[in-house]
Write a protein that binds this ligand. Sequence first.
Ligand code: ZN
Length: 202
Amino acid sequence: MLLIWGWRTRFKQLAEGVFHCPGCGADRHYAHKQARRWFTLFFLPLLPLKVLGRHVECQTCRRAYDERVLDLPTSAAVSEHLVAATREAAVHVLRVDDTPAGRAAAVAALSRVSGIAWGEDALAADIAGLDVSPLPARLRQLGDVMNEHGKEAFLTSVATVAGSGGVLSGPAGQVLAGIAADLGMTPAHARGVIDQAFDPTR
Ligand SMILES: [Zn+2]
């Protein structure tokens, strides 16, 4: 009797979900797959052999990536964090230095980052009751994925909330310095960005 035997690689799907595809540059569906070699007899897989590796496949561009790609946050998660961080940072500043111009700057910054018209009432409710304790951890996470330009833009928008009167109070300055440190900016870098926000002609 003639035995026809051989090997073949089969893929098993371990999980699926949404990830940020580096190839597409956007959030996409992925399949997390494991490749295993099988011993075949008459072309039928009979014995599972070695696991050859695991990869993450984009369901849009079909490119395969190292599993570590799943550690990166999705764009949706980053923008959600950014809105939450802007809310908490603006409230944190306004609690130490509350001015009508500062509130207007906060409403403008929140409308810009969220893409919806932010209400003054929503801001007032946040100033009265929002828990800002998640802010430092949130800023550290954002600092890991933001580039220098993103950090500068964030700090600038919070600085406009703090210094709408043209003068930065001591406590508000300390809040800004803390935000910059949590984002991973050096004190000198933060100082430069804050000075620039106060005097754009420099
Ligand atoms: Zn893709």
